[in-house]
Write a protein that binds this ligand. Structure first.
Ligand SMILES: [Zn+2]
Length: 278
């Protein structure tokens, strides 16, 4: 983090003790490439600097370019008729994307360049020209944000001051990801129960619909004939006795009893004994 902090200031030639309040153009990708920082790690480091009020990054970068036609279709045709490539580009745009006259529509310069058998820079240049001539509103995607420094550069102490916070932040993140891994790996306990337990709610009921619950249901074998065979001897059995007579796990027997009750094949008397219904 100290290194990132230093390199950030160096990039904009900010001296120790100096604070410049105007924003700087910042490209995350370029910065990570230049210094060989893994993008994830850099992202986390910047996040910590932001959380601790050292810097601020505006999120005005756009992932996709957009196009909106400003001119009428007649004007567009008239405009493009003297330039074959522009014409081709305009036609390709109109054929490939719907709603270009109504709203800003995400487009892909790489794909367009391929379609008109041109290069990406040339395509971008044509789009930019269309924008300048007010035929379209072209907003190019960019990975740059605005970087603000909020406190004067102090290489020696700025990071030390926030290091405790950062350590805590990292520990929390680690804890969270460990909890997530446990959650994914635990296929014995209902997801609902796990999540509520995470939020300190104990004794939550199983939901019956999550992957864990469903796989449990699937695993429960159908042993209803075992039970009906046993009960066909015209005797009354408590669930405990049925379990002891049938060599399946008690859970399985109990689930099957529930099903048979629901299907009205068996019934239960006031002594909690099961019997076959005729
Ligand atoms: Zn569940």
């Amino acid at each position: 983090m100290k290194e990132v902090y230093k390199n950030l200031h160096q990039q904009y030639q900010i001296a120790n003790g100096e604070l410049i309040s105007t924003p700087f153009e910042f490209n995350l990708l370029k910065f990570s490439n230049k210094h060989n920082y893994p993008i994830n790690k850099l992202n986390n480091t910047l996040r910590m600097l932001i959380n601790n009020g050292v810097i601020e990054l505006s999120n005005n970068y756009k992932k996709k370019s957009t196009v909106l036609f400003l001119a009428t279709s007649n004007q567009v045709i008239h405009y493009a008729k003297n330039n074959t490539l522009t014409q081709l580009l305009v036609n390709t745009l109109l054929r490939s994307y719907g709603g270009l006259f109504e709203q800003e529509t995400p487009i892909n310069e790489y794909w367009l360049a391929k379609k008109i058998a041109s290069t990406v820079p040339k395509t971008i240049q044509l789009l930019t020209q269309l924008h300048i001539d007010e035929i379209i509103d072209y907003k190019k995607a960019s990975n740059t944000s605005e970087l603000y420094f909020l406190v004067p550069r102090e290489d020696a102490i700025a990071i030390n001051r926030i290091s405790k916070n950062c350590t805590r932040y990292i520990q929390q993140k680690k804890k969270k990801s460990e909890a997530l891994i446990r959650f994914v790996e635990n296929t014995d306990t209902c997801r609902n129960v796990q999540v509520l337990y995470y939020f300190n709610e104990q004794n939550a009921a199983e939901c019956g619909v999550c992957d864990v619950c469903l796989s449990k249901k699937k695993k429960t074998e159908n042993i209803s004939t075992h039970i009906t065979d046993l009960l066909s001897s015209k005797t009354y059995y408590t669930s405990k006795e049925i379990c002891s007579h049938i060599s399946f796990a008690d859970e399985v027997v109990l689930v099957n009893l529930q099903h048979l009750l629901a299907e009205d094949i068996i019934a239960i008397n006031q002594h909690n004994q099961y019997y076959l219904k005729k």
